[in-house]
Write a protein that binds this ligand. Structure first.
Ligand code: NAD
Length: 262
């Protein structure tokens, strides 16, 4: 199925994890994808080649550090110039850090605000005028169940993800009279490098092995007892790009093995 043929999609933070899976799914649906992430030139080139070989469409890679709003301005201006507009914007890049507020490092707080929240403010505000000129668009913000509820040790993550859900709702209302939609996806635990770091930290702290730490981390908190998969998140992202969801606006859609149903 080529549901997204002719569409151009930027997926931030798509060099690994959820973003990479979303990029694959959108490319498989026919979209031309623009990848982004903090990886070396050679890795980015290899990734683009892999996409071209798999889907027959050349992918592009934008080396943009989302902590720097000047770099975001340059990236979106270049993409608007090259493609006329972005049709699909997936704000996926994010970082995590777990510690209490008293010991939360100031620099990590600043980076987390910049990457998890401010970057989406900038990409949306800069991409929207061209998107509006085509009167079609999909903005998908990768929030988290941490954007819907609080958890000890996650002050930065909770604050930025709640902020991202708020940004999503506001943009959805501002675009509600157009064929542009803005929605958030709120994953629970998904096994990616971001979560493996938390498993490793717990295993080291408690002197337990990987399986025990994994069970400790998700077992009690995610009723399914299983990770959500990156492929499942990617299918939801695709769904939010299809005509069936033309009037889905401003939702914060949890895919979390039942966590927020508790
Ligand atoms: P990941 O660590 O595998 O991927 C993060 C991506 O963001 C990478 O491509 C990385 O290069 C990129 N990135 C980080 N800092 C960047 C910067 N300054 N500029 C540009 N790119 C940058 O993480 P993931 O688990 O796939 O997470 C993706 C998103 O999903 C994040 O927003 C995360 O908060 C969210 N999320 C993840 C989970 C989970 O359980 N894994 C759950 C809920 C929400």
């Amino acid at each position: 199925m080529n549901e997204l043929a002719g569409r151009v999609a930027l997926i931030t933070g798509s060099s690994s994890g959820i973003g990479l899976a979303v990029a694959h799914r959108l490319a498989r649906a026919g979209a031309k994808v623009i990848l982004n992430g903090l990886i070396e030139q050679a890795g980015a080139a290899a990734l683009c080649l892999e996409f071209e070989q798999m889907y027959g469409l050349p992918a592009e890679f934008e080396h943009c550090d989302l902590r720097d709003r000047e770099q975001i301005k340059v990236m979106i201006a270049a993409l608007n110039q090259r493609h006329g507009a972005l049709d699909i914007l997936v704000n996926n890049a994010g970082i995590q850090h777990v510690s209490t507020i008293e010991s939360f490092p100031e620099d990590v707080w600043d980076d987390m605000l910049a990457i998890n929240l401010s970057a989406s403010f900038h990409t949306v505000r800069l991409a929207l005028p061209a998107m509006r000129s085509r009167n079609w668009g999909r903005i998908i913000n990768m929030a988290s169940i941490s954007g819907l509820r609080g958890r000890a040790g996650k002050v930065g993550y909770n604050a930025t993800k709640h902020g991202l859900v708020g940004l999503t709702k506001s943009v959805a209302v501002e675009t509600a009279d157009s064929a542009i939609t803005c929605n958030a996806i709120c994953p629970g635990w998904v096994h990616t490098p971001l979560v493996q770091k938390q498993i490793d930290a717990l295993a080291a702290r408690e002197d337990i092995d990987n399986d025990a730490a994994t069970h400790r981390l998700i077992g009690l908190r995610q009723p399914s007892g299983r990770f959500v998969t990156v492929e499942q998140i990617a299918e939801l992202a695709l769904f939010l790009c299809l005509p069936a969801t033309d009037e889905v606006r401003g939702v914060a859609w949890a895919m979390d093995g039942g966590t927020t149903a508790l």
